[in-house]
Design a protein around this ligand. Structure first.
Ligand code: ADP
Length: 401
């Protein structure tokens, strides 16, 4: 509906055109369009409206020209009344009018500025902050991933080194290993020869033969047990975190270490607790710790007269902890060497690599323990390895190296 406004209705009531439009809008079920711009804001949708301000300006211009001597008859006539398309944005919304139908030249009233128009600077700032933050987070994620890969690579290298060192140490023990295997093999040979002699003599001594066969079986098992333990030490196994009997783990390498001590004219004493202690970790790595410390101790006593070449290994359990002590009566450790003892490549030996103790520390710390060195009261060095003992519910777990 197009409404210009009314001054009086059929009953003789007077209004201003604006009041009339206001009343019509209040009861109309259809959009109302106006022709006078004061009606904008009353509820009309809009329309081409006579612009009273522009009209005022034109009139003022004409009066001004007249005062400056131009006769009204000479003044150029306004070609048209100043009409401007006015639109009330709230009514456009209310009546669901397609906003694309509004020409660009229209004066749109009561349009709520969008977030962008109202807070351009803040929006720009917020976008910058979000972009910056996204960049920062992406950078951190990349950095975290790179660090994780670096840690994994470092771990892999460390375990390669630990394995290589274990292989090298086993290499040092070849004499003792050969002895450990030769002994049962020699006993098997002697027993086989004895059996042959009994059979050749024609005597019927079945009990003796049975005993010989039992001895051969025992010695064979002993030799294959040495090989089994050796293979376990040499294998590149996955690092394990599981409960194991520490007494048994120490016992497994004792025979080879004792044989090595004997080969060097030294004695190795081993004192294990009763009942046996259990801990959680990698059995082979703990054996490697023991082997490294015992070989160092044997080297420390090498120059002493034979009766004093003594090394002892002691395992004790104290309140939740297992302590492994390796003592020798050797030269001891000079105070200035103490701080560097566990550093990689620190060695006072002409052919030393200086990796044994640093590997010991790496392995012990990987088990949540610590290793320290001190000089014994009777001379010589004491290496103390403290490890957590297994709780009642030590869990089993495997991890990839
Ligand atoms: P390496 O045996 O190749 O020298 P290690 O890391 O095993 O490397 O030992 C580093 C150094 O610590 C040795 O060179 C030695 O000086 C000292 N050391 C280790 N164990 C003992 C010990 N039982 N008594 C005296 N010094 C020791």
């Amino acid at each position: 509906m197009l409404v210009a406004g009314y001054f009086r209705d059929g009953d003789g009531r007077d209004f201003t055109p604006r009041e009339a439009v206001l009343r019509l809008v209040a009861v109309s079920g259809a959009p109302i369009y106006g022709v006078l711009n004061p009606s904008i804001g009353t509820g009309v949708v809009g329309g081409y409206m006579l612009d009273f301000r522009a009209l005022g300006r034109l009139t003022a211009q004409a009066v001004n020209d007249h005062l400056h001597g131009t006769h009204l008859a000479q003044a150029p006539a306004a070609s048209a009344m100043p009409n401007v398309l006015n639109v009330d944005w709230r009514q456009v919304r209310r009546w669901g009018i397609d906003e694309r139908a509004i020409p660009d030249t229209a004066v749109v009233h009561f349009r709520e500025p969008g977030l962008w128009e109202a807070h351009r600077l803040e929006v720009l700032l917020a976008v910058c902050v979000v972009l910056l933050q996204t960049g920062l987070i992406a950078g951190l994620i990349v950095e975290r991933r790179r660090r994780k890969l670096a840690v994994q690579a470092e771990q892999k290298q460390r375990f390669e080194l630990v394995h290589a060192s274990r292989v090298a140490v086993v290499g040092e023990l070849t004499g003792a290993i050969a002895h450990e295997i030769n002994q049962p093999l020699g006993a098997i040979l002697s027993n086989a020869e004895a059996a042959e002699m009994i059979l050749a003599s024609g005597a019927r001594r079945p009990d003796e033969l049975r005993q010989i066969l039992a001895d051969i079986r025992r010695d064979d098992l002993r030799a294959s047990e040495v090989i089994r333990r050796l293979r376990a030490l040499l294998a590149k196994h996955q690092v394990e975190h599981q409960r194991f009997n520490l007494n048994e783990a120490v016992g497994d390498v004792t025979s080879i270490l004792r044989a090595e001590a004997r080969r060097r004219g030294a004695t190795l004493e081993i004192l294990l607790p009763n009942p046996a202690v259990t801990m959680v970790g990698d059995r082979i790595q703990i054996q490697q710790v023991l082997i490294n410390l015992v070989l160092n101790a044997l080297e420390a006593v090498a120059e002493l007269p034979e009766p004093r070449r003594r090394v002892s290994v002691e395992v004790e359990k104290t309140a939740g902890r297992v302590t492994l002590l390796v003592r020798d009566r050797g030269t001891g450790i000079a105070p200035d060497q103490m701080p560097r003892l566990f550093d990689s490549f620190f060695s006072t030996k002409s052919t030393g690599m200086g990796l044994g103790l640093s590997i010991v520390r790496t392995l012990v710390e990987a088990h949540g323990g610590r290793v320290t060195a001190e000089n014994g009261v009777d001379g010589g060095a004491v290496f103390r390895v403290e490890l957590p003992a297994a709780g009642a519910n030590g869990k089993k777990k495997r991890e990839q190296t």
